[in-house]
Design a protein around this ligand. Structure first.
Ligand code: ZN
Length: 248
């Protein structure tokens, strides 16, 4: 059916409805249903079946048969209702698709955001973290009293090997109470493994308090192997003192 025919058909249909309104539904009674088209024809007409041409539609009969007119208007109402439901359903599906699409779009965008927001969140704070904030893992404070070890000279550690200093496998803030006789000043601290590899080598200041010289130093043993080590302390202007250490 061409566009022209379809619009002509629609116009004709509207005329039928107008006629139906103009004449009563009982203006053309046809109790014996003489010459009436099949219900499927009426339904096709009501449904505006595009496969049917205007000639196929029993228009002239419907406008002159109250029974068919009533049937037609009933089919027509159903058709409009069904089409309305279909349109509503289609709109619901479309709306759902739009919502889903929007949700997916938001989800994708949000998934893309964390790296940006993470950057925005951490970058301005990192200088602060370096200067003002404590390290992520607070050092474990520990006091190591080396006073029980008599100061020795040179590399002889045989006498001290019986008294190992036991240290936990953590980031330590060690306060080393130095053996009697050691003076305040710049110390060097080393941690050496049994193979002689120096794991830690850093300077530290010795301070005198109540007649005892102490050195505070952060020693990160969190990544150190468990086992025997040697803590080496060199007082200012003197040779290394060695203390056996067991990391456990
Ligand atoms: Zn009829």
């Amino acid at each position: 059916m061409s566009e022209f025919n379809r619009s002509a058909s629609s116009k004709r249909m509207r005329n039928i409805v107008a006629l139906g309104k103009k004449y009563s539904r009982t203006a053309f009674p046809n109790p014996t249903r003489e010459g009436c088209p099949s219900r499927s024809s009426l339904r096709a007409m009501a449904n505006r079946d595009r496969r049917l041409t205007l000639k196929d539609l029993p228009v002239s009969h419907v406008v002159s048969c109250s029974n068919c007119f009533r049937e037609y208007t009933r089919f027509r109402r159903m058709s409009v209702l069904v089409r309305g439901i279909k349109i509503t359903a289609a709109l619901v599906v479309l709306a759902a698709a739009l919502v889903a699409g929007r949700f997916a779009w938001n989800y994708t965008n949000r998934r893309g955001e964390p790296s940006i927001s993470h950057e925005q969140r951490t970058v301005p704070e990192s200088p602060v973290a370096n200067t003002q904030r404590p390290p992520l893992i607070a050092p474990f404070p520990i006091q190591i009293d080396l006073a029980s070890f008599s100061p020795t000279r040179g590399d002889d550690t045989k006498d001290d090997s019986r008294h190992a200093i036991h240290l936990p496998q953590k980031l330590l803030r060690a306060n080393l109470l130095l053996p009697v006789g050691l003076e305040p000043g710049e110390y060097a601290i080393r941690l050496q493994d049994s193979a002689g590899t120096i794991l830690i080598d850093q300077p530290a200041s010795g301070h005198m308090k109540d007649g005892i010289t102490s050195v505070e130093i952060d020693i990160d043993l969190s990544v150190a192997q468990r086992g025997s080590f040697t803590l080496m302390i060199r007082p200012p202007g003197l040779s290394w003192r060695r203390f056996p250490v067991v990391i456990e």
